[in-house]
Design a protein around this ligand. Sequence first.
Ligand SMILES: NC(=O)c1ccc[n+]([C@@H]2O[C@H](COP(=O)([O-])OP(=O)(O)OC[C@H]3O[C@@H](n4cnc5c(N)ncnc54)[C@H](OP(=O)(O)O)[C@@H]3O)[C@@H](O)[C@H]2O)c1
Length: 376
Amino acid sequence: MAKLNFGGVEENVVTREEFPLSKARQVLSNETVAVIGYGVQGPGQALNQKDNGINVIVGQRRNSKSWDKAVKDGFVPGETLFDIEEALQKGTIICYLLSDAAQIQLWPTVKKHLTPGKALYFSHGFGITYSDQTGIIPPPDVDVFLVAPKGSGTSLRRMFLQGRGLNSSYAIFQDATGRAFERVIALGIAVGSGYLFETDFRKEVYSDLTGERGTLMGAIQGIFAAQYEVLRSKGHTPSEAFNETVEELTQSLMPLVAENGMDWMYANCSTTAQRGALDWWKRFRDATLPVFNELYESVATGKEAAKSIESNSKPDYRDKLEEELKELRESEIWQAGKTVRSLRPENQEPVAPGSAGDNFEKKLQKVKFSSPLYRD
Ligand SMILES: NC(=O)c1ccc[n+]([C@@H]2O[C@H](COP(=O)([O-])OP(=O)(O)OC[C@H]3O[C@@H](n4cnc5c(N)ncnc54)[C@H](OP(=O)(O)O)[C@@H]3O)[C@@H](O)[C@H]2O)c1
């Protein structure tokens, strides 16, 4: 296993060079990998394994769009596509890829088929970490591990087809056979991972829940909403408030941050933007730090898990969710965003110079060149 240096801290990472596909095939040669669930992760992981020459079957409930999708993707009913229970019986490695709520519901059925020596595989630490709430407690004589791709099943498949890999984390919760490590790494490679970072179930789920509630989705929307509200209350138009809050970030800055890092961005923007950003970022950090600590605490104590299990299992869950999503969809900021997006050059018909569309072009140029990346 390679030790790589991440900002001064050494971590264990498994690479495709040290654990090539040929080795993964050899480790899994006597296994039947049953992918249970054909939602988002299911298709990506099952198809990549199939194309990598692994003996993979799919377990999916019938009379469902997901069943039809599996058939369309080449899984053959009765040969490589089965009802969930039949696949559980045939599989020696059970990839449990139902939605987290369905995993709780189906657990008694899954448990019945976990005979000694089999392996139970997850792509999230949720079910095991919060076992006091999910009831997911595997028998002691099976291996239990996870591979969590750092992206959706769609990206996993797309990047595989492009000949690239998506990085994943892996963790072992229980090694009953003494083969858990080679099994989990072989699966990680077979599902199309590039690098595999070591973690444990608890850390995987704590960081994942914190991230999605924090900077990935919750915090970022909160900061967008606050800045937009201030600009609007001070008389700025919706388009101006949106451009300065979201559009420039997603269109111009984030692709550069993704490529080169925020340190590079700070070093390569206008001096005005640079001075302001250097003066203000620590104030934002200090203002949000207590909220992030509260968030982590809520994740670590299981409060977030309880909320999500409770709300997802309510019969009117979909209706309530739709109400909340409607509020966001119909908010002025995202309505303004819809119009701004439609004005992006790639969404416009080409306009002949001197035609009525000329003003429009000038406005677009203004949006483009007001970016702090262009020196004042
Ligand atoms: N999505 C991601 O980006 C991502 C990334 C990394 C890890 N993960 C993890 O991967 C796992 C799978 O996630 P996912 O997003 O792929 O899940 P998903 O799309 O929500 O999974 C849906 C699957 O669960 C089945 N299902 C739902 N309710 C069911 C029930 N009551 N009985 C039987 N089957 C039921 C669905 O069948 P029907 O279509 O018939 O309803 C479908 O096969 C989760 O642990 C998740 O946390 C997800």
